[in-house]
Ligand binder design. Sequence first.
Ligand code: ADP
Length: 399
Amino acid sequence: MKILVINSGSSSIKYQLFEMPDKTVLTAGVVEKIGEEESTITHKVPPKNLKKSKTLPIANHQEGFDKILSLLTHAEYGVIDNPDDIDAVGHRVVHGGEKFNSAVIVNEEVKKQIEDLSFLAPLHNPPNLQGIEVASQFFQKAPQVAVFDTAFHQSMPASSYRYAIPDWLYKEHGIRVYGMHGTSHHYVAQQAANYLSKPLESLNLITIHLGNGCSMAAIQHGKCLDTSMGLSPLPGLIMGTRSGDIDPSVCYFLGTQLNMSFQEIDSLLNKESGLKGISGENDLRNIIARKDDGDRAAALALEMYSYRIKKYIGSYAAALGKLDAIIFTAGVGENSAYIREKVCNNLEILGIHLDSEKNKQRTTDILEIQQDDRLVKILVIPTNEELEIAQATMQLLKD
Ligand code: ADP
């Protein structure tokens, strides 16, 4: 079964074609800078070890899909003969609000609901929907499936997802915690269960996704109990350019004392804060290198970043009661032994004992890095949101 996974953003379309159930990636690529003069398209064919990149103007998503389709069916770089060879298309959709707690087959009603939820994700849901619209024209025989980034977190109880603000703001305007990165948290949790040879429903886990965006989830008996992002991706951990948790009255201060507009405050907290705000840049590799050269701002940024994660581990361990494993994933979580060590340092009170030597090993597979078998497992698990979308799509079509 050939499943095409699409992540359609405002100026990019990422795609991966899987042969399922064997999970083989037939092609993977990305169209970037849509709408600009110098758009780029990068297309890889892993089984043939081929890669093609091109710079050309691509005016809109329709044209972007046109290019993707011609590459998919290309004599040399292609892997299918015609669009009908695609059995299903799985789409990443950022916000499913309270409407969607799992993947769904897209119909007119679902499209309308995704559109109606755009007020919660104005930058993401509209281009996600556009991707669905265009893909359904190109791949007419294939069912289109929406897989929501928020869905995994829908199992949270009200005590986790409500904000302590007046009730009507939730009831009339849907202001609550939704959480993001749900496909990644669920994927690595399931991988951990497979690795530990235990059913996911029997496990209590803390998943730590550290990419440019960072979030954590407390998972109880396989279900999300709490998560660190909220109504938007802004709260929780310190991220590349997002502040994470701050006193909300900072916004009031910025508006009243510094005359900043809502847009300026939003941009400051989302694009100029986090690691970038403290150290001047957001790439963790550079920040670690600068710290090694004695840069104090870089050292402070790393201290703050790790301390925030540690605080969340503590609070989630308390919420879960019993803890089977903590899982590090995404760019930083998978690659930075330094951050893992800093985060786990002094967490012995929770049964978390990192083995420094095991932590330094490198592999593209799962790493187990705690000191002893009996302790809380510390796992490094590569995330794969595209594969999670392909699996959810396949599962839905089977049921
Ligand atoms: P995205 O959220 O864009 O998918 P990624 O999961 O690719 O992001 O993570 C990007 C982050 O991972 C960057 O901050 C980058 O510096 C960091 N990163 C990647 N490799 C390493 C490494 N070896 N050591 C430290 N940080 C790394």
